[in-house]
Ligand binder design. Structure first.
Ligand code: PXG
Length: 309
């Protein structure tokens, strides 16, 4: 994508002289020195939360939605964010500025912090927070032009009664197992079903389908993250008079869809043209998907928090 090339050009010009800086607990440290303790419970137990956000040409896309999701994930874990939204926003913008990044991937991570061995979160006195701003490798250009292939994997999505997929925690092993299975099948993304066999989502993307002009996605309670990009697509459907429903979906529904696409902060909107060997529609990215890809691109130019570097 053009975006990729721009990021590379931007990096080359700004980083010849300066190593990437990472915000870590209130200070800015070069990437090579950005380290946390082996006693941090984020590492020892995956006890923490994160967000992945994008900035496009000096606009942080739907920042408040991401911060609210971060806050809600932390609240469920009874983890207090060390910064309020105003301070978090300032820290993100300062990190972007110090790295001269107008187009960036932004990763905020808050862990339970350094403690002794033992699960008890009470052993950790202070949460650790860091913010990385960098590029993220998107899918290759060809996926956006010709569509991608996915497969259903045996690893089922976490039960909502266990580590609820709505919680964006540092426990991504469920997704990583699925990703390994996708890689073993030589594809880049995995379709995950929930324990009842209904479509949930992919390892880092939500899934949508189109049937007879109706846009459909599984309800989040079946085992999906409430994606910010997913919500943006739902908003665009409403605005553009595209009929839309959250509906319980099976693999059979997907196989027989007219169109399928994935959404995510890193992926944006990416067409899917083959699932488990079944060709979707006529095997090419179709009309509604292309319309939403372009409407989403437009949205990234206007919907967010502006900053200058
Ligand atoms: N489902 C899961 C399990 C995710 O992790 C999405 C859906 C899409 O949500 P958003 O809010 O991004 O539309 C995600 C998002 C990474 C990375 O580092 C992962 C995500 C986002 C950005 C980067 O692999 N996951």
């Amino acid at each position: 994508m053009k975006q990729d090339k721009r990021l590379k050009a931007q990096k080359n010009s700004s980083q010849v002289t300066q190593e990437l800086l990472v915000y870590l607990d209130g200070t800015f440290v070069p990437k090579s020195e950005a380290k946390i303790s082996v006693f941090d419970h984020g590492l020892l137990y995956g006890d923490g939360v994160f967000e992945g956000i994008r900035s496009y040409d000096g606009l942080i896309f739907r920042l408040s939605e991401h911060l609210i999701r971060l806050q809600e994930s932390a609240h469920t874990l009874m983890l207090k964010l060390p910064l309020d939204f105003k301070a978090l926003t300032a820290a993100i913008i300062e990190t972007l500025k110090r790295n001269h990044l107008r187009d960036s991937y932004i990763r905020i991570v808050v862990t339970r912090g350094v403690g002794d061995l033992g699960l008890d979160p009470g052993l950790c006195k202070k949460p650790t927070i860091f913010i990385i701003t960098d590029e993220i490798v998107l899918y290759p250009d060809s996926f956006y032009q010709s569509g991608m292939e996915i497969v259903t994997v045996p690893t089922v999505r976490n039960l909502t009664e266990a580590v609820n997929p709505a919680l964006k925690s540092l426990n991504y092993l469920n997704n990583i197992l699925a990703k390994i299975e996708a890689k073993n099948a030589n594809v880049k993304e995995a379709l995950m079903l929930n324990h009842q066999g209904y479509v949930a989502e992919c390892t880092g993307d939500n899934i949508f389908m189109v049937k007879s002009g109706i846009l459909l996605t599984p309800p989040a309670y079946l085992g999906a993250l409430r994606g910010i990009t997913r919500q943006a697509i739902m908003d665009l459907a409403l605005k553009n008079d595209i009929p839309f429903q959250e509906r319980v979906l099976t693999r059979h529904d997907l196989f027989n869809a007219d169109e399928v696409f994935l959404t995510g902060t890193a992926a944006e909107v990416v067409p899917v043209v083959k699932i488990d060997g079944r060709v979707i529609g006529d095997g090419m990215p179709a009309k509604l998907t292309r319309k939403l890809m372009s409407a989403f691109k437009d949205l990234t130019k206007r919907d967010g928090v502006r900053y200058s570097i």
